[in-house]
Write a protein that binds this ligand. Structure first.
Ligand code: NAI
Length: 777
């Protein structure tokens, strides 16, 4: 066909990219790979084949790492870490910059290899995966450069174990390795078993960049190797993959003190209002669900379209689907490539076949005869309860439902256990910006979809995991505060027996939903001081936890109160505490047998004032991202936070947790100091007189060991913190795996409450939602 004829018919002509260079590189490596440990490739061991999913051809043989390999990699990383951190930010920045340059230099080789290994169209690997991976290293070279000046209190965690999936092999590697190295950590990374080749090519880049030995180590293998890394002597695990494996890792690391970030699955809503630019919204959908064959954690896989335009929208969408070209990933004209592996293809097929609801439409496009291909698919007319509206398919399958009002759209969008991303299409900016804060998701795109950049943190809420990758917020996952930790011994109450100092029975109640509440158990315990019995407190049980969480969950309005109002109330609490300072100081001294009460009260008042000061100042950011728009990094409250308060500082421990949490719009369920609970039960009298709305602060008394599990396993609790001296960290983290709630536990290390940790608390009390909006040309 002549060029003129092609122009006339507008037919596609195949434009295949050559595989020669990538194949030559594989041959150069001997087609068999060992692991990359301590700066060199090990001898290939027993292993498995890595295939091209488009053709079934074997590309290389990879080694399955043994425990000895994993240990050697961790050992190399451990040895290399102090020197790497010691280079300083500017020193590390040079290496990261060199890596970015080399990725750029070899970008076509990476793109071709990625498409051959994963099956994604070359247009995507060439224009999205590889450039974004480069950008991540450039961006984090900058972060390394700025670390000392901008994060003066931060230091590296140490050795990070990183486990990544197969959908964006090099990009996920970049998301993990770049920030870790920038902050002075060393890494042991395991690529997914289906797609390890670009990680091994990256190892080659590390050699070319002269990266010091042991800073990056790459071991290959399946989930068993992942488990070995999780169990190894590492300081952090960073995981991206399925929610079920994420949950297992949460359980396995519980109580180990290992930091953990999880970037898991999603079922992200794609909401189209009736005033949307329909053609753009349809092109957006092509990117949302057929990009990377739908194997995208944040894929817009759940279409919600406003009823009035639904028929027209679906008709146009089907026509667009018919125009998609599916086939050879190396062909530059291809829209949809191959699914990563026959196993994944089978999973997709089985899920689609199991569905009997709605109406199924599959694109009338030419399907390749062989290879792992699945046609672009649309299932319309589903109800929100249908399994395919809830389950992540991770394939090119779009499910669709309709809504009538914006309120209904929000309700349907949020009706999922996930919370990774959401997309909103409307020409009405008021509507878009009204909806964006109501969507429970870590990322919201307005009139665009699947936009990523190193400057805008990515990550989810709910069962989509926790932690952010990218941006300033991503760095906290790879740093800790400077300073040594001290162990925390169990704090015991003063033992005693006998009659009350005061003849009137004083059994302090608990504080739930703005009211004083008797414990459901009907049991109480005596609290003694040096001078004798001081009073009794109730012993809360599971039911009291439930009531307190219900009260907290009901006080939703607090999240919407202005920062100014929250500040006013916090100041008022401080003022009222100040008026009764002596009484509180005596109470603390009486319970603890010490004379530190006055100081503790004074510091508590300061803490309240500090939180009040922050309430209207802990702002988000606007990220300049390299697209026609900006990303608004909004700080949203985490939700309902359950906390076991410090035993040793009965008032200050409680106030230090409560004040920043409520300053940010959270509601709290606080378990008072176990040995010295009376400061907390006195404190709610202050709350009662300070205009704190009912349910915003709830206070329970009793045994931390008994309250830990019900709090951590309650599905309406979004985060659990523990500063208790009881040994409950492991139990909390294990129970929190259920709905993957955020945890912050002390693992038996002491917190110096005299130091103001407000910033840490503010950070833990907020989730960043990045809202991408069009802006400028
Ligand atoms: P997966 O979660 O099993 O695999 C991801 C990574 O974790 C791989 O490197 C794997 O080797 C490793 N891994 C597996 N079991 C492990 C364990 N027990 N401990 C530590 N590491 C372990 O995902 P898989 O099986 O490849 O895909 C299954 C489903 O997971 C997909 O259909 C999709 O729904 C979801 N998925 C979600 C991803 C996301 O980005 N959200 C990415 C990949 C898969």
């Amino acid at each position: 066909m002549s060029v003129k004829e092609i122009f006339e018919t507008m037919d596609y002509g195949p434009a295949p990219e050559s595989a020669a260079e990538a194949l030559a590189w594989l041959v150069d490596q001997g087609d068999r790979f060992g692991h990359f440990i301590n700066g060199a490739f090990t001898k290939p061991g027993d292993g498995f084949e890595s295939r091209n999913p488009a053709t079934g051809e074997v590309l290389a043989t990879l080694s399955q790492a043994s425990q000895t390999d994993v240990d050697a990699a961790v050992d190399a990383a451990r040895k290399a870490q102090p020197k790497w951190e010691g280079l300083g930010g500017a020193g590390r920045a040079r290496y990261l910059y060199a890596v970015a340059r080399l990725l750029q230099k070899h970008s076509r080789l990476f793109a071709v290899l990625e498409s051959m290994d994963n099956g994604k169209p070359i247009r995507e690997s060439r224009d999205i995966d590889i450039p974004l991976a480069q950008r991540h290293f450039y961006y984090h070279a900058g972060m390394a450069q700025l670390m000392e000046s901008e994060l003066p209190d931060a230091e590296a965690l140490g050795v990070c174990g990183q486990i990544i999936p197969w959908n964006f092999p090099l990009l996920m590697l970049a998301w993990k390795i770049a920030p870790a190295l920038a902050m002075g950590n060393t890494v042991v990374l395991k690529p997914a078993e289906y797609t390890s080749l670009t990680a091994l090519l990256f190892a080659d880049i590390c050699i070319q960049a002269g990266l010091p030995k042991g800073v990056v180590n790459i071991v290959t293998g399946d989930g068993a190797v992942g488990e070995m890394i999780v169990g190894a002597d590492v300081d952090k695990i960073a995981f991206t993959g399925s929610t079920s494996v994420g949950r297992r890792i949460r359980e396995a690391t519980a109580g180990s003190g290992k930091e953990l970030t999880l970037e898991l699955g999603g079922k992200s809503a794609y909401i189209v209002f009736d005033d949307a630019d329909i053609d753009s919204a349809i092109e957006g959908l092509v990117d949302a669900i057929w990009f990377n064959q739908g194997q995208v954690c944040c894929a817009g896989s759940r279409l919600l379209v406003q009823e009035g335009i639904a028929d027209r929208f679906h008709t146009k969408l089907r026509a667009r689907m018919d125009g998609l070209r599916i086939g050879n990933p190396l062909d530059k004209c291809i829209d949809v490539g191959a699914v990563v592996d026959p196993v994944q293809l089978q999973t997709i097929k089985a899920m689609v076949e199991s569905n009997t609801a709605g109406e199924l439409y599959q694109a009338a496009c030419d399907m390749p005869e062989n290879g792992c291909y699945f046609p672009p698919t649309l299932i319309t007319g589903l109800e929100t309860s249908d399994p395919l509206m809830q389950e992540e398919i991770f394939g090119p399958v779009l499910v669709s439902s309709t809504f009538r009002t914006p309120g209904e759209a929000v309700e349907l969008a949020n009706n999922t256990r996930y919370g990774l991303a959401a997309t909103v299409w409307t020409e009405n900016v008021n509507l878009a910006l009204d909806i964006a804060p109501k969507l429970v998701a870590g990322v919201v795109w307005v009139n665009a979809t699947n936009l990523f950049d190193a400057a805008a943190g990515f990550g989810g809420v709910r069962e989509s995991g926790f932690g952010r990758e990218g941006g300033w917020e991503g760095l906290s996952a790879y740093t800790k505060s400077k300073g040594k930790t001290k162990p925390l011994a169990k704090v015991e109450a003063i033992a005693g027996e006998g009659a009350p100092v005061d003849p009137i029975d004083r059994t302090a109640k608990m504080y739930v939903g703005g009211k004083q509440a008797r414990p459901d158990s009907g049991y109480s315990k005596p609290i003694y001081g040096k001078s004798g019995l001081l009073g009794h407190v109730g012993l809360a049980n599971r039911k009291d936890v439930r009531n307190a969480v219900e009260a907290a969950a009901g006080a939703k309005g607090w999240a919407k109160a202005t920062g100014h109002l929250r500040a006013q109330i916090l100041y008022f609490i401080g003022e009222n505490l100040s008026a009764r300072a002596d009484e509180f100081a005596h109470r603390i001294d009486a319970m603890t047998g010490k004379t530190t009460g006055a100081k503790e009260v004074e510091t508590s008042i300061q803490r309240l004032f500090t939180a009040a000061a922050w309430a209207d100042k802990y702002d988000g950011q606007v990220h300049g991202v390299p697209i026609r728009g900006v990303a608004l990094a909004m700080k949203e409250p985490t939700g309902v936070i359950g906390a076991l308060c410090a035993d040793e500082a009965p008032l200050l421990g409680l106030v230090s947790v409560m004040a920043p949490a409520i300053a940010m719009g959270n509601r709290v369920v606080l378990a008072a100091s176990e040995p010295y609970p009376l400061a907390a039960t006195d404190f709610y009298q202050i709350l009662e007189t300070s205009d704190v709305p009912a349910g915003v602060v709830n206070i329970l008394t009793g045994s931390h060991a008994e309250l830990a599990k019900p709090l951590a396993s309650h599905l309406n609790v979004d985060a659990v913190w523990s500063f208790s001296s009881s040994d409950v960290s492991a139990e909390i983290e294990k129970a929190a795996a259920g709905n993957l709630k955020r945890t912050w536990v002390n693992n038996a290390t002491a917190t110096d409450w005299s130091v103001d940790h407000s910033r840490k608390f503010l950070q833990a009390a907020t989730e960043i939602k990045n809202i991408w909006v069009p802006y400028g040309e």
